[in-house]
Design a protein around this ligand. Structure first.
Ligand code: KG4
Ligand code: ZN
Length: 331
């Protein structure tokens, strides 16, 4: 099955061609430069930029893959910015209609959850997954492709949002995760102790207290603030709580494997922490290569492949939605 995947849920216009889990092409046009001047994603500007990029990005994905004959078209239709999602879904419908192909609407987080399987990596099921992105921070028990059980999530900000807000407070630029990681290089991560909230709730997270603490730190230290050490301290606070709770959850569930997915999974310190903790507790650890952590269409094509294999697809009436539970999920 050769599937064209399309992803436009936020600020990345992406198209990919996959064959099962094999990634034949994965083209991503980032809008980071556009949104930088506002310090965050402006929905209307994102939608317009997707309109400009969508056709050339799809054409490039098809070219890199060698112009294959497609068997289906997959597209993220939820959750996300509705204006942004509509651009990808409209393009996907046009191609599906024009080529008489089945159309599959994919939940963005299901794409992230199945991203570690890319290129034939054998991840055992069931396993635990930590999703950490700009909009979500969740611990999920992944029973099999299509069946998920949400263990817990953030009560307020997502981990990526915490990185982005901290970067803004520290004047480090946008997008914040990578900016903090880069600024933290060589910094003293214990210089400014910051709170690691909700120690009594094993599967839940909270990052709003951290934001307040950083604000206070910036006010208190003023010009004295060492940005390198502050960035390192923020990165320490966020990654420690994520890694410790994910590893503890894997232990509690007797999970054979843990996956780390979503944009924040690109964080080197978080990857190192979980590699170490999982090795200690003999849990296999999987996280995709960096380009499949941040938003991409390859994961959307891969997730669609499992639905197509089960003879499922959607109609051309497919709708977009800003919200939506992961399919087959239970609490
Ligand atoms: O999954 P993603 O690309 O988009 C959403 O679905 O939200 O995640 C984007 C988030 C942003 O908040 C960004 O700051 C964060 O991922 N991020 C990182 C790193 N690279 C991206 N956070 C920490 N360290 C990184 N290296
Ligand atoms: Zn994402």
């Amino acid at each position: 099955m050769i599937v064209l995947g399309i992803e436009t849920s936020c600020d990345e216009t992406s198209a990919a061609v996959v064959k099962g889990t094999e990634v034949l092409s994965n083209v991503v046009a980032s809008q980071a430069d556009l949104h930088r001047k506002w310090g965050g994603v402006v929905p209307e500007a994102a939608a317009r930029a997707h309109v400009e990029a969508i056709v050339p990005v799809i054409a490039e994905a098809m070219r890199v893959a060698g112009e294959p004959v497609l068997d289906a078209v997959a597209v993220t239709n939820r959750p996300g910015l509705v204006g942004a999602l509509s651009v990808g879904v409209t393009a996907a419908k046009a191609i599906a209609y024009g080529r008489r192909l089945p159309l599959v609407g994919v939940h963005h987080l299901e794409g992230h959850l199945l991203s570690p399987l890319a290129n034939g990596v054998h991840v055992p099921f069931p396993h635990l997954s930590l999703i950490v992105s700009g909009g979500h921070t969740e611990l999920v028990h992944v029973l099999e492709p299509g069946r998920y059980h949400l263990l817990g999530e953030t009560r307020d900000d997502a981990a990526g949002e915490a990185f982005d807000k901290a970067a803004r407070l520290l004047g480090l630029g946008y997008p914040g995760g990578k900016a903090i990681q880069d600024a933290a290089t060589g910094g003293d991560r214990y210089r400014y102790p910051l709170p690691k909230a909700l120690s009594d709730q094993p599967y839940e997270f909270s990052f709003s207290g951290l934001k307040t603490a950083i604000l206070r730190l910036v006010e208190k230290e003023g010009k004295q603030l060492d940005h390198k050490d502050a960035a390192a301290s923020v990165q320490e606070a966020i990654t420690a709580v994520l890694a410790e709770k994910a590893a503890a959850a894997a232990d509690a569930f007797g999970a054979k494997a843990l996956t780390l997915v979503g944009g924040v999974a690109a964080n080197t310190l978080l990857r190192e922490r979980l590699t170490r903790l999982c090795t200690q507790s003999a849990v296999a650890f999987f996280t995709p290569p960096l380009d499949l952590c941040t938003d991409n269409a390859a994961m959307i094509g891969i997730a669609a492949g499992f639905r197509l294999a089960a003879n499922e697809h959607d109609s051309l009436d497919l709708e977009v939605s800003s919200t939506g539970e992961i399919p087959g999920s239970s609490h």
